[in-house]
Design a protein around this ligand. Structure first.
Ligand code: ZN
Length: 307
């Protein structure tokens, strides 16, 4: 994709078409702004859990690619690599969903606006339904992505794939510890929020979750990573885990809606305490929440609770 194309797509409004998952916004305009956020780690994990019980053990009949022009062009060889293969498990690495077959994995990234739905029976196509993974004996996983920043790749060895090999540890895994965060922060002047959002440091901590985690930790988002005490870094690690676990837990409560319907399980249910709340009272101390810009991304924080 060239830069002009990319810019055009970024500027395109979300609600130009009555497409799959965004359909609900037409009836609920108040929900539109929240839905217009990117799928982050909790959404991908919720999708993984929702699909797991539906497709593990099933065999892929074929892949139907209606629109190959995603963030990276879907390779023509992709269907042939998956046809007839049995799905052994579903994994996740950062924001990549891994549909594992014996010979490798289909890596799915939802980009800025993508989502997957499971259809038990054939259903009419909606706008932006770009790819179907059809299963032997019926049923299909349908990929919808209005902005087409999502991607599909086959990897024989996913851990060595160029998109995954340099990723840092999982924030909910056992390698993301205070020792690890202290080690990667040592001597670094980079702001702690940007440090957390660097996928080489830790994967899948997006803008919303980094802001919320730092509020819980009581750490100012612009604080230099290398100058934060170990005790406070411990709170940062706990804050990151807590917000992600909370969001995933909330996502789980919507799993039964996963089949058919609008297919957006668990998207953006987390109660935000600072993010997008500029001027509103901090729920801990009543001070108005402030907004600042770091690395071209908006940061929200309480100037009193976060130092
Ligand atoms: Zn406060």
């Amino acid at each position: 994709m060239n830069i002009a194309d990319r810019r055009k797509r970024l500027q395109a409004p979300f609600h130009t078409a009555p497409c799959g998952g965004l359909g609900a916004c037409w009836q609920r305009p108040w929900a539109a702004r929240k839905l217009a956020s990117m799928p982050e780690l909790p959404e991908v994990e919720t999708t993984r859990r929702g699909l797991e019980r539906l497709i593990v053990g099933r065999t892929i009949e074929t892949l139907v690619v209606r629109e190959p022009r995603l963030r990276w062009r879907v390779p023509q060889s992709l269907p042939a690599r998956l046809e007839g293969k049995r799905i052994s498990s579903l994994g996740r690495r950062g924001k990549y969903l891994l549909i594992n077959v014996t010979e490798g994995s289909l890596l799915v990234h939802l980009g800025m606006s993508g989502h997957l739905r499971f259809l038990a029976a054939p259903e009419a196509l909606r706008v932006h339904d770009h790819v179907d993974v059809r299963l032997v004996g019926g049923g299909c996983v349908r990929f919808n992505d209005p902005r087409r920043f999502g991607s599909l790749h086959f990897a024989a060895h996913p851990e060595r794939h160029r998109l995954l090999k340099d990723l840092g540890p999982e924030p909910l895994g056992e390698d993301f510890t205070v020792d690890y965060l202290a080690e990667t922060s040592r001597g670094r002047r980079v702001a702690i929020k940007q440090h957390l959002m660097n996928s080489r440091v830790v994967v899948g901590v997006g803008n919303i979750y980094a802001s919320e985690a730092l509020f819980r930790a009581g750490v100012h988002p612009a604080h230099a990573a290398g100058r934060i005490s170990r005790t406070r870094l411990e709170r940062v690690v706990a804050g990151v885990r807590a917000v992600l676990e909370e969001a995933i837990g909330l996502g789980g409560t919507t799993l039964r809606d996963f089949v058919g319907g609008d297919g957006r399980p668990g998207y953006f249910k987390l109660e935000l305490r600072v993010y997008d709340r500029e001027g509103a009272a901090c729920e801990q101390c009543g001070t108005p929440i402030r907004r600042t810009v770091q690395g071209q991304r908006a940061s929200y924080y309480c100037p009193r609770c976060q130092r």
